[in-house]
Design a binder for this molecule. Sequence first.
Ligand code: ATP
Ligand code: MG
Length: 480
Amino acid sequence: MGNPNDTHAKSVPGAAGFLLQDVPHFTDYLDHLPSYPNPLQNNPAYSVVEQYFVDEDYTVTEKIVVHKESARGVHFRRAGPRQKVYFKPDDVNACIVTCGGLCPGLNTVIREIVCGLYNMYGVRKVLGIDGGYRGFYVKNTITLTPKFVDDIHKRGGTILGTSRGGHDSVKIVDRIQDRGINQVYIIGGDGTHKGAAVIFEEIRRRGLKVAVAGIPKTIDNDIPVIDKSFGFDTAVEEAQRAIKAAHVESESIGNGIGLVKLMGRYCGFIAMYATLASRDVDCCLIPESPFYLEGKGGLYEYIGKRLKQNGHMVIVIAEGAGQELLSESLQSVDQKDASGNKLLQDVGLWISHKIKEHFAEKKMPINLKYIDPTYMIRAIPSIASDNVYCTLLAHGAVHGAMAGYTGFTVGPVNGRHAYIPFNRIIEKQNKVVITDRMWARLLSSTNQPSFLKPRDIAEAKKEKYPANGILDGKILKTMN
Ligand code: ATP
Ligand code: MG
């Protein structure tokens, strides 16, 4: 198996301080490849749009707010249709696979890849791989046409099915080769992109003209570089229903506490945005911000204070929050899923129990209702804004693959869609930065204490501004 971080992404210096983190192109490893005029020039939209095709020299900047003295920094290739393509539409044999957990919008992305290939480029062969990566070599394929996918965006889940584990790059590429597939669209999260990077390496090693395009999926919004992941807005919207229910329950009874657990294994974006949107939440707990239960300034003290002031309260907790407290108090069981991800213990149940126990000891009666809407949120269809976003992602992937790019993922960077090398997507996870203003906004909206001890604050600041001048993996100063 190859190294998924070694995706042969090129770093191309430009004008002073400018660095293009480029994605691979067929011409990097295949000789004498013919190119063709983009069939989109026959599209009625072509004559209307001033600059229909994206100039190869256009890039998207990773950092939008820069100091006037600082360098221009890292850029990515702008996504969109190119004047020349490296596939004749009749020769394209595309496939789509969905991997990892469910996320609203998966079906919209599938639909728009199929319709984009058919309607924009006149491609007629698109297959669906049934059941994630292992579907390449253990299951039959599904023929996808615009008619077949017409209504699927109105449904939750993925019509192709998904799975964890089962990534065997040699077997997968064997089947890609046997079937004559030359464009592979892979929709999934960090694990899926690690798998896609290995598949790309194997394809490149065999010298095949097969484009590998990733579409980043994560309901938690933990994929770095891109502005936001699809399904996130839908998840935040649906989480409001759980928070509203928790609020109604807590208000209806003396010393009522509504506790809602939301998704977020390693980051608290859903919990943070759902809390900010709702205004009914008194306390939001996320993995990035440590908290403690006992003593002065701890969670129990805050709950007691809130109940005395208001008679009820709502707590939102992300699933990955407080895991270190759980492993201290429960016997740690190191279980993993089929993809090798650590299985977390249920922090919602645990903290419900701890709060009840504490106030029973204090002889203060409370009424706690625990709501876990995780699977209800994951399974719904995407809302309108996510549907539009999914369309842009799918079309960006199709334009990139048709233009001969490969080993790339697509997504908005500061509002403009770009082609991003796999290694940037898989090298780290996106997290809530608790020293940023967004978390400060949350604290002032809920009025909760930060729960941070001086040592935690020093740690968080060090993480943001480490001595070596790298911020979040980005070089802060020069890039000449
Ligand atoms: P999410 O975490 O949002 O559910 P994910 O893509 O991270 O999505 P995983 O279950 O971790 O979900 O991975 C999806 C697929 O990617 C699985 O089939 C898994 O075998 C494969 N995969 C994960 N990590 C790797 C890796 N390091 N190398 C190759 N394949 C991998
Ligand atoms: Mg993952």
